[in-house]
Unconditional design. Structure first.
Length: 453
């Protein structure tokens, strides 16, 4: 293993530098030609835009050559091939990569057909390298016992994670999974002496509630030193981060929405992008899809292009969007480590419009979590019509805290409404629920209740 600040001390200090941009351009030229010549789907995209690899002579040319794609575009391909997945995957990934296919995982498919995420034989060294960088920054040193507590059906956070940290010698992955239920999760973590956990922020929060009942002691007695949390917003929200760190007595780090991991600086700095040499990161306007200048404070829809497409990890096409709105910070981080940082503002398809004001559920989540323990932190946004337009007032269901009486609710409601008005520019109508009234999902917590469906 390597010593110092970085897993890869030869590459990581160069992240977010002019020299790295040169490396990216050299690799991108190969990636563009590979996708055009060997991947029917991307060739169609470029042909439709009237572009060939020879027409793209710079990174700026590339950012304007053709529009990005989303998961919904993949579903269109499946329908085009009448759900013949062999033919659809061949069209999407090309013969060369399909001949190298080793493992096929998918999304959970909660919004329809599961999106396939192939792992080629050439993918594994890239995964080991990138998550070696993440694990090193997270503090996964020899002796770390990492509890893997995501839903195993989910591509980003399931079975493949068993392999991701194989470059960190002395780190043991305890493959527990979220489907086994909170009781078995807690007992397994205690039995095998887990001292780190990677899961969703909502499940980590629910374990706080369940630990006294299941184990007879607070979750902090487990000795968890690092919580690497992803698959949904939360770890980057100061109120949630603070609550988790206080309860567990460990450091909370945010991971995901690309190749990134936050640092342990006391004030959340966003996630450090750790993959400049493997993936090109762009921002585009979520409406016009025009490129957004990459500068400090820029905000837009994040798009990703693998620079080694034969070994792509999660992203296998040119200019892929996960539909997340990011805001970037390009200056040096107080923690001293490299990489620009990005924060998740919200999902493009989750944005709500209330009296012309854009409102993201994660912003509401941050406000409500700040009132714990007077509230449990669990809530729902109730929509009676298809978003994004919301007829005022915005309707919220919020669980009150265990020790809060009914007579205390009016004063608390006034505080919450005032805070939401100040921060989110929205004045909601609140329905109060008793503790535990809302479900606790093992995978991703749904913040929106869709009454219109």
């Amino acid at each position: 293993m390597c010593a110092g600040k970085y897993f890869n001390p030869d590459i990581e200090p160069l992240l977010n530098t002019p020299l790295m941009r040169e490396v990216q351009w050299a690799k991108l030229q190969h990636a563009i030609r590979f996708e055009y010549e060997k991947v029917p789907y991307d060739r169609e995209r470029m042909d439709a835009a009237g572009v060939t690899p020879d027409d793209i002579r710079s990174l700026d040319d590339f950012s304007r050559a053709f529009p990005p794609i989303k998961q919904s575009d993949f579903r269109t391909v499946f329908e085009r091939f009448d759900m013949d997945m062999d033919e659809a995957l061949l069209h999407l990934f090309g013969q060369e990569r399909m001949d190298d296919l080793h493992f096929l995982s998918t999304t959970s498919g909660t919004t329809g057909v599961p999106t396939p995420y192939p792992w080629f034989h050439k993918t594994f060294p890239v995964a080991t390298e990138l998550f070696g960088r993440v694990g090193w920054r997270a503090g996964f040193v020899p002796g770390t016992k990492l509890a893997l507590v995501y839903g195993l059906s989910m591509h980003v956070a399931g079975i493949p994670q068993v392999f991701w940290y194989s470059g960190l010698r002395g780190v043991t992955v305890l493959n527990i999974g979220a489907e086994v239920g909170t009781e078995r999760i807690l007992r397994s973590m205690k039995l095998f002496k887990a001292n780190a956990i990677t899961t969703t922020p909502s499940l980590a929060t629910y374990l706080i509630e369940r630990s006294p009942e299941v184990l007879g002691h607070p979750v902090g007695d487990l000795g968890i030193k690092v919580l690497l949390l992803g698959a949904e917003p939360g770890a980057g929200i100061p109120e949630i981060r603070s609550r988790l760190e206080e309860a567990y007595g460990g450091t909370v780090l945010d991971v995901g929405a690309g190749y990134g991991c936050s640092c342990a600086h006391p004030v959340y700095q966003g996630m450090h992008w750790i993959a400049d040499d493997h993936c090109l990161y762009e921002l585009v306007d979520p409406v016009t899809l025009e490129p957004v200048p990459f500068e400090d404070g820029a905000r837009g829809l994040a798009c990703f292009t693998p620079l080694e497409p034969e070994a792509g990890l999660f992203f296998h096409h040119l200019r892929v969007s996960m539909n997340d709105i990011h805001q970037v910070s390009t200056g040096p981080c107080p923690c001293g480590r490299s990489g620009f940082r990005y924060r998740i503002v919200g999902r493009g398809d989750d944005m709500l419009k209330v009296k012309g004001v854009s409102v993201y559920p994660t912003a509401i989540q941050g406000v409500i979590t700040g009132f714990v323990p007077r509230v449990t932190g669990f809530f729902r946004i109730v929509l009676t019509e298809r978003p994004p337009l919301v007829t005022p007032p915005l309707k919220l269901k919020i669980e009150r805290g265990e020790d809060l009486s009914e007579t205390d609710l009016p004063a608390l409601e006034a505080e919450i409404v005032a805070k939401l008005r100040a921060i989110c520019e929205v004045s909601p109508a609140i329905t109060w629920l008793p503790p535990q009234a809302l479900g606790r999902e093992a995978n991703k917590t749904q913040l929106i209740e869709k009454r219109y469906e």
